[in-house]
Each structure stands twice: as C-alpha cells, then as structure tokens.
Design a protein around this ligand. Structure first.
Ligand code: Q46
Ligand code: ZN
Length: 294
C-alpha cells in the first residue's frame, strides 16, 4: 500500500479516512488535522469565528453548506466566498442540490409538510459530519453564539429532552470513528458582541435572516430571553454557564448508546438507518405518491 501524500511505502492505514500514510506524512497529517476545523454560513457568527481562529493561528478550512433557500442561500455563498478569497483562505463548498440525494430544504419541507427548519437541522448535521469526514477534519467548529445556546437550552428544558441536555456542551467528544470533535467556541459570546466584532474587523456578512426564521420556535425562545436580559442583564450567560457548571453533569448519563453505522449511507446512526436517510426515504415516498396521483 502506498502513502496517499508522497507515494512511498505506507506504514499506517486509516480505514475511516480510506487513506494510508508513510511515517513522516502521517505525522504531518495528524498535526494538521488536529487543527483543521470550522464551518461557515456567511453570517456574522461564523465569519467572526473563522476570523478569530485564523488570527489565533489555527489552521482552518471553511465549510459552506448551500441549503438551496433561494436568494438567501446565494447571498450567503457570495459573502463567504468573497471573505475567503480576499484573505486567501481555503473554502469547501457543498451545495445540497448537487449532492447524491439532490434534495434542498424547500423541497424537503414541501414533501414532508413540516416546517423547513425541521428538515434543515437534520440535513445540516448529516452534511457537516459527512464533509468533516471527507475532508479529514479532526474538529468541526460552528459559530453558535450565546443567544443560540441559551435558546436551545431553554427549548430542551421546557420539554425535558434528557438526551439533548446530556449532549449540551460546548465541546463534544466524538462517539464514533466517523465523527469529528464538535466545538462551539462562541458559546459565551452574545450575538451583539459578534456583530460588533464583525463590524470592527470590516467583515462583510449576510445581513438578511433566512426567510424561514420568521415564526421559528428558536426565535420565540430568543425573544423571551431578550426580554429577560433587558430587565436582568447577564441572565443568558448565567443560564448557560450555571447549567454547564451545576446541572449538565447530572444529565450526562442520559445520552444515547454509541451509534452504529447507517445501512444506507454508512454514517453513524442510532438505529438501522440514520435520521437523514429516514427523512430522505420519507421525502422519496411522498414524491412518488405525488407523481402517481398526478
Ligand atoms: S437556515 Fe435552516 Fe435556519 Fe433557515 S431553514 Fe430554519 S434552520 S431558519 S438557522
Ligand atoms: Zn444514513
């Protein structure tokens, strides 16, 4: 077997990466992948995070996931592409319409007759994990800020979603060889702070919100928390930090068993097939029914 990088005789085989390396190249690959990370959306949080990681000397590669949401997606892609081009930073672009299943968010929402955000979450998780695996990223960093964290935590607490509470941490160790470590370095930084940072650093980001965000549950939680924050400043940070310090360890045992492999796509799955493949199956079934009835 030959080394993937220099074609010398390989001494290390990495089946999860479908690769093999000689000693020197493996050391190079390992050291590089430890610091490779980041997914970017074209929004202020992701670009501010990328900018910060680069400034701190981290080796990064941007990952843009095109959701196929009309003008919003094209504007986001333009912003992130110009950010990366202006700084000569590597950017990987994955567009849902061009991937194997060819399904973008509007189509998924139409056929499932559910809110676009429901399919969006599942698609994002799948494609982020897939792209991190394909790219050999050791770490996947996302730009979720304090406002996002607090809103999600509130949602999890309101519905007592124990498995989610067990995983609600800013650093998530991989539970499967195909998962990268997931980190949310901005979890203590408010939306306002990232907006100010982006402005001061001259980062041109997509200002428009996703058209599907109106009425989204997360937004309702955010508005509630903003009202709380207005009268009791520091509430969001205390809610998130105190949860992590005092309550999160109590939920740690409520997480799912480690995932196996999805029978359809091979990615980690908590059942025979993963949540993404289940969703694609449902969309395909409903699409065939619609064709048959037309
Ligand atoms: S992108 Fe996707 Fe958000 Fe748009 S469809 Fe909903 S979840 S609102 S962060
Ligand atoms: Zn799958």
């Amino acid at each position: 077997m030959k080394c993937k990088r220099c074609a010398a005789k390989a001494t290390v085989q990495l089946r999860s990466h479908n690769s093999a390396f000689c000693k020197d190249c493996f050391v190079f690959f390992f050291q590089r992948s430890v610091e490779r990370s980041i997914d970017v959306s074209g929004g202020k949080d992701s670009l501010a995070l990328w900018d910060t990681l680069v400034a701190l000397g981290y080796q990064t590669e941007g990952l843009y996931l095109g959701l196929g949401i009309g003008d919003y997606s094209s504007a986001s892609e333009r912003k992130v592409s110009s950010y990366a081009a202006a700084r000569a930073l590597p950017l990987r672009i994955v567009r849902l319409e061009e991937e194997g299943d060819g399904l973008a968010i509007p189509e998924a929402a139409f056929f499932t007759r559910r809110q676009p955000c429901a399919a969006c979450g599942t698609f994002k998780r799948h494609y982020f994990d897939r792209a991190a695996l394909d790219g050999g990223f050791a770490v996947l960093a996302t730009g979720h800020n304090l406002d996002d964290e607090a809103a999600r935590l509130l949602g999890n607490v309101l519905h007592w979603q124990l498995p989610y509470l067990a995983k609600r941490q800013p650093v998530l160790a991989p539970t499967h060889a195909k998962f990268a470590r997931k980190v949310r370095p901005l979890y203590r930084t408010s939306e306002y702070e990232t907006a100010v940072y982006a402005f001061l650093r001259g980062i041109d980001y997509v200002v428009e919100e996703c058209p599907n965000s109106h009425g989204a549950t997360q937004l309702v939680y955010k508005e509630l928390l903003n009202r709380l924050e207005e009268t009791m400043p520091g509430s969001k940070l205390a809610f998130v930090s105190d949860f992590l310090r005092h309550a999160q360890p109590l939920f740690a045992g409520s997480s799912d068993n480690p995932p196996g492999d999805c029978a359809r796509c091979g990615m980690p799955a908590f059942a025979d097939i993963c949540g993404y493949c289940r969703l694609v199956g449902e969309i395909e079934r409903r699409r065939s029914q619609a064709v048959a009835n037309s």
